[in-house]
Design a protein around this ligand. Sequence first.
Ligand SMILES: Nc1ncnc2c1ncn2[C@@H]1O[C@H](COP(=O)(O)OP(=O)(O)OP(=O)(O)O)[C@@H](O)[C@H]1O
Ligand SMILES: [Mg+2]
Length: 482
Amino acid sequence: MPLPAPEPQPQTAKSQRTFPRKIKAGFWLVGIVLLLLGFASYQSLREFEKIVTWVTHSQDILEHLQLVLSDVQDIEIGLRGYVITGKEHFLGPYKNGLDGLNRDRDALAAIMQKTPQDLAEHVRRHEALNILIDRKLFLLKAMLALRQGIPYQSAHMEVQMTESKEILDRIRLIVGDMQQREKTYLMARERQAGEKSQSTVRYFITGLIMELMILLWIVRQIRQEIKQRKQAHDELELRIQERTAALIDSNERLRELSHRLMNVQETERRQIAHDLHDEIGQSLTAIKLGVREAHNMLKSSPLSTLLVDSLTILDQVIEQVRNLALDLRPSLLDELGLVPALKWYMKRQGERAGWETKYAAHLRESHLPPGVGIACFRIVQEALTNIMRHAEATHVQMSVTQQEDYLLLVIEDNGQGFNVEQAKTHARRGISIGLLGMEERAKLVGGELTITSSPKTGTRLTASLPLVGLNPHLTTSEARLA
Ligand SMILES: Nc1ncnc2c1ncn2[C@@H]1O[C@H](COP(=O)(O)OP(=O)(O)OP(=O)(O)O)[C@@H](O)[C@H]1O
Ligand SMILES: [Mg+2]
């Protein structure tokens, strides 16, 4: 089954690119609105503060105008009492009034100095008030002097009393006017203060609504993104599942193919071994008998030496053909089973290589599942060949035992060892096939194979091959062959 081609995901990729930008922009907007809000609030508060200062200023003016007026009235009443009755105690309120007037006038002057330029009319009134008060004080002092009999310039009681009264009326008028104006200012400023506080609240509310809207927009974007990513994730998951299924399927097929190939290989090996042994081997033996006969007949002939040489070569060829046939497929394996075949093979290789060998086998079941026997034998063949070719070992031991429901094969040598991972990497690059072939054989029957070794230590190979359950890759005919 062909693997599905990876599908492009333009929408998701685009949204993944724009999403952080959108969120960043959203937060920038929140920040800017907050900044503007803060600035507007600060400005409003400053203006509000100014208005409050002016309100206090107006209240101070009103209060001090009232105080100045009552001081002037106190002085007037005190002096009139004294002038009419001649009693000294009336001069008490007069003097107190004078002190209070000085103090309150100074305070009023100080406050009026802070009055803004655009209220020049107001300031002029204050100046007029001061002139009237000064005149009033002058007249009162003159009246006091007259009453006390002190000669005083232009002192004429009646005239002065009349003028003094007029001045008091004018003072009242100016103070009333100033108070009226100040009240108007006060009201205007209070109204302004109210408007300012209202506009501040409006700024706040508008800002908050904007912040809320931006935040809602951000939340919406995040939710949309999460939804999109979840969708993409689900789609990806689905595709992964599909591709995994396809991969499993193609792996299955590969394994099946590999199994079939091995079986075909085994069948062919058996056939070739059979042909070598039965056809070529027997023909060679027949030739050998013929040559020996000829040699016996021509013992004294000069051809005799030639025939002896031919006989020696024939013996070697017969031995080679025999070995070839045995390596291809030992008949012992088919006839007597795995344990005797392994024992024989171990002995044969040990003798060839000059190893000291140990072999132990404990198998309860004589009938191994299809494929397991031959897999085990081929693993042993490759392992012992490797020891012979690479290990430089002197001791080799092998055991085949039955553990629960699997067959455990262990082969150990005391050779020079090797770096297993490195050797496997080389093997995957196609430099060798022995190690991978052993692993593949074990896997094909549902088992596994591990090799532990490191340079300068010996090597230990362990293969566990399951004894229960028929390998699903084997057909009945293949099972019979195996
Ligand atoms: N028992 C062993 N002792 C020491 N080295 C070993 C042993 N078994 C394998 N090796 C090392 O591992 C390498 C890989 O082994 P592998 O069987 O895959 O390849 P190979 O024997 O060199 O060639 P082939 O593909 O013909 O089997 C060997 O070249 C060898 O260096
Ligand atoms: Mg090898």
